[in-house]
Design a protein around this ligand. Structure first.
Ligand SMILES: Cc1ncc(COP(=O)(O)O)c(C=O)c1O
Length: 187
């Protein structure tokens, strides 16, 4: 049966991380001993008190737990995030904070709001693979600037300036901390 899919999905390429994950799963099922170096899985669990609190609440017959929340997220939670950010020297109002189901969802919402087909967007490579589907789906064009190991994987500022002076760029995706990550790679 032929489905009438949105043509944008044909521009999506398979995530290399996920591809490696499925190879790992297949080899593991064949009994091979595999060390996975693709997906960075969390290495520490959430604090015990958080899990205890969640477990207790999930068992309560309280329908408020299942109620819809405001689209931007609960005001009390956004306020708590604002205070936490302020503790780290980042001053933003609660109305500038939106809760999403993960970072990828936030990135998609921002990219979909800002970029349109044909827009040029600067990304720094090596980078988190999840930026590709955002740009591919929208049909925006990535301008890829290389970050060097020798330069500590910092964004190449001179090259960025040169690119911005030459090309009409709609956006620059700049995330900190980024991948590859270590303390020194924070901007
Ligand atoms: C740099 C970067 N941005 C965004 C994400 C996506 O975050 P999430 O898993 O919360 O969707 C990841 C996940 O690995 C990431 O490493």
């Amino acid at each position: 049966m032929e489905y009438d899919f949105n043509p944008s999905i044909y521009r999506l390429r398979e995530s290399p991380t996920r591809k490696i994950d499925s190879v790992r799963e297949k080899l593991a099922r064949e009994g091979r001993d595999i060390i996975l170096l693709s997906t960075g899985q969390p290495s520490i669990p959430p604090p015990r008190w958080v899990r205890e609190e969640l477990a207790e609440r999930l068992l309560a017959d309280d329908m408020r737990l299942y109620a819809y929340t405001p689209s931007q997220g609960r005001g009390s939670v956004r306020d708590a995030i604002r205070r936490e950010l302020a503790r780290h020297g980042v001053e933003v109002g609660s109305d500038q904070i939106t809760l999403t189901a993960g970072g990828q969802s936030a990135l998609f919402s921002v990219a979909a709001a800002l970029f349109k087909p044909g827009d040029r967007v600067v990304v720094f490579d090596p980078m988190y693979f999840g930026y590709w589907p955002l740009l591919d789906y929208i049909g925006a064009e990535a301008i890829v600037l290389r970050e060097d190991l020798d330069a500590g994987f910092q964004p190449p500022i001179e090259e960025l300036k040169e690119t911005l002076s030459r090309v009409r760029v709609k956006g620059v995706i700049l995330v900190s901390p980024e991948q590859p990550y270590w303390e020194g790679s924070r901007w």
